[in-house]
Design a protein around this ligand. Structure first.
Ligand SMILES: NC(=O)CC[C@H](N)C(=O)O
Length: 214
């Protein structure tokens, strides 16, 4: 099986390398017709406003929306998750940024704060361990990560983690948690307020410059 990886911006190389490690061929997707040759799609982490601008520039939104509507498997990591959400808040672009949609949830783009508040955390995802084995906890990396504030009834939540105690963007301050959905490769969460001390990344994230091939 060949899996497409949206390669406009962000960590697409890392996702292709991760696929290779499990014996799956990943191909870079930059043009609408390239989506026809793949059975599944990964939308990587990066910066969703930039990604949306590039997707618009390359006229990718209609083909991406069709792909999702056809029910083909789509994985969104971080900015990719934002892209797949039906609704995003905290958008950088006035009037909101364009989304693919299809995942019935509301995300806050930078729920956990700025880049310096990025962090790693161990996540327990029992359903995945039960199905696939592997270590009991998942090493999650949150880089200027979004939070999922609300999900629709058809969305299965795999892991839920406490939100930072000083988080003020949630609609119900009594609700101390934020749900994490569909972010199995790179994302996780933490519990208390975060400082630069919490930044325990062993190496800096690698971001690629966009490549334009017309
Ligand atoms: N690591 C990430 O993908 C960060 C996403 C970023 N918060 C955004 O708005 O796109």
């Amino acid at each position: 099986m060949v899996v497409g990886v949206l390669a406009l911006q962000g960590s697409f190389n890392e996702h292709i390398a991760a696929l290779k490690r499990v014996g799956v061929k990943g191909v870079e997707i930059r043009k609408p017709d390239q989506l026809q040759s793949v059975k599944a799609l990964i939308i990587p982490g990066g910066e969703s406003t930039t990604m949306a601008k590039l997707a618009e520039y390359h006229n990718l939104f209609p083909a991406l929306r069709d792909f999702v509507k056809m029910g083909k498997p789509v994985w969104g990591t971080c900015a990719g998750l934002i892209f797949l959400a039906d609704k995003a808040i905290g958008e950088a672009k006035i009037g909101g940024q364009e989304l693919i949609g299809g995942l019935n949830c509301t995300v806050h783009r930078n729920f956990f704060g700025s880049q310096i508040q990025s962090f790693v955390a161990e996540l327990s995802i029992p359903e995945i361990v039960a199905k696939e084995g592997g270590p009991p906890s998942f090493h999650g990396v949150f880089i200027r990560a979004p939070g999922i504030l609300e999900v629709g009834p058809e969305v299965e939540v795999l892991a839920e983690v406490p939100a930072p105690s000083d988080q003020t963007t949630k609609s119900d301050p009594a609700d101390e948690s934020v749900e994490m959905v569909n972010e199995t490769s790179q994302e996780a969460s933490s519990s208390t307020s975060l400082s630069s001390e919490d930044l325990k990344l062993s190496e800096p994230p690698k971001y690629e410059l966009p490549v334009f091939q017309q």
